[in-house]
Design a binder for this molecule. Structure first.
Ligand code: ZN
Length: 414
């Protein structure tokens, strides 16, 4: 049985493992992140799991099945955070997965397939500008070049961050997870308001929207703000402002399936009151569960940038960061989760995920499913992020039912 007190204790402990600042600060590969990771390793070890650590730092705890030769049933999420993040994003999935395994052990439940609980490193893009990097490493999707190219605000490359943690960045191209996987499942807080609004305790995810991200650097002339008349200016920030509003307009026009677009970064150079902005670097994030809809919006945005730059005598460069693929969850996993929810006897709904998750990298490998639980006011990536322990317990119970059912060899997920 899922034990609420035991789970609560883990949440309380993880909430204390954080760096300086408000809320949770466990940026990937920082000391606080490493302490959080160690807590997970310790709890896995306590539960009797065989813990394996890969060259990227990902933590995999195995609860071996009666037939260890069968493909593993994988369940996981992440424990890194954004700056000033909350107690539940990612953590809810990892701690619940560990609690599920403890419960399975308490019950003496016999499962044929080995269950692999994973804490994926560097899920958040806050530090290196690209998300779900631990999953990508396990899927063999990262190159050595990527590790050098991805750099944080201090100029530390992902390569150096891995080295500093005594991990093995040089092996990145040969460290893909190569054990067969029967199914992948992740539980996560919704990070939106839909479940709360619809008064449902569980969301069964139908598909995951994925971002396309790029930097646009607009260059004009950094002239004197007093000596340069308005008609002789090439103000990069004025051009950038038109682009930002244009992105809002173009994405809003795309209705079904919806696309969302955000400019979350605007770095103005030189950034002085008496100098016309000479260049501006914008960080653009465009998402949808439909790649076709997203591609058409990105195409329109690029055309718009060209037109605005041309008209204002500005030059620009576009630097791609990430182009992840939106994915559908597997019908068999959606069905398994639905049956599990019904056996727990609670209200649920099927819904897309607007945020990206580790789960999206496993759809090509095995039938993949995701369970959402509500979070208050839809607030996430914020110290005010809150999920009720009762909802977490319900989520863990659903997760447990699914894992018990799919870890039997008789369940072929057809
Ligand atoms: Zn997350």
């Amino acid at each position: 049985m899922i034990q609420k007190e035991r789970l609560q204790k883990d949440f309380d402990a993880m909430a204390r493992l954080t760096g300086l600042g408000e809320g949770i600060n466990r940026l990937a590969f920082t000391d606080a992140d490493w302490e959080g990771r160690q807590y997970i390793i310790d709890r896995m070890t306590d539960a009797g799991l065989d813990v394996e650590l890969d060259g990227f730092g990902n933590v995999i705890g195995y609860k071996v099945g009666t037939n260890p030769d069968l493909p593993v049933v994988m369940v996981g999420s992440h424990t890194d955070s954004v700056p000033n993040g909350g107690d539940y994003d990612g953590v809810a999935g990892v701690l619940s997965a560990i609690e599920v395994v403890r419960s399975i052990i308490d019950d003496g439940f016999e499962h044929d397939h080995t269950i692999a609980v994973v804490d994926f490193m560097c899920e958040e893009s806050s530090r290196f500008g690209a998300a779900t990097l631990g999953s990508k490493a396990m899927r063999g999707k990262l190159t050595l070049n990527d590790l050098h190219r991805l750099v944080d605000k201090q100029g530390i490359s992902l390569y150096d961050a891995l080295k500093e943690r005594k991990l093995h960045p040089d092996d990145i191209e040969s460290m893909a997870y190569n054990q067969p996987v029967k199914a992948f499942i992740e539980m996560h807080i919704e990070q939106g308001k839909v479940l709360e609004h619809e008064q449902k305790q569980i969301g069964i995810v139908s598909g995951i929207a994925a971002p396309e991200r790029f930097y646009v650097t607009i260059c004009g002339n950094a002239d004197h703000s007093g000596a340069t008349p308005m008609n002789l200016r090439h103000d990069a920030l004025c051009g950038a402002s038109k682009i930002i509003l244009g992105i809002e307009e173009v994405t809003s026009m795309q209705e079904e399936p919806p696309v969302v677009g955000t400019v979350g970064i605007a770095e103005v150079v030189p950034g002085a009151m008496n100098v016309i902005p000479g260049s501006v670097k914008l960080g653009v994030d465009i998402r949808s569960i439909s790649k076709v809809a997203r591609d058409s919006v990105v195409f329109l945005i690029k055309e718009l940038i060209e037109v605005i730059a041309e008209k204002r005598g500005l030059s620009y460069t576009i630097e791609p960061i990430a182009q992840d693929h939106p994915v559908a969850m597997h019908p068999a996993m959606i069905r398994e989760i639905e049956e599990a929810v019904k056996s727990v006897g609670i209200d649920y709904m099927t819904m897309p995920s607007g945020a990206g998750h580790d789960a999206m990298h496993w759809t090509e490998v095995a039938p993949t499913g995701m369970i959402f639980i509500p979070c208050r006011d839809g607030i996430s990536h914020n110290p005010a992020e809150f999920a009720a322990m009762n909802d977490i317990v319900v989520g863990a119970e659903v997760l447990e039912n699914v894992i018990k059912n799919i870890s039997l060899v008789s369940n072929t997920l057809d």
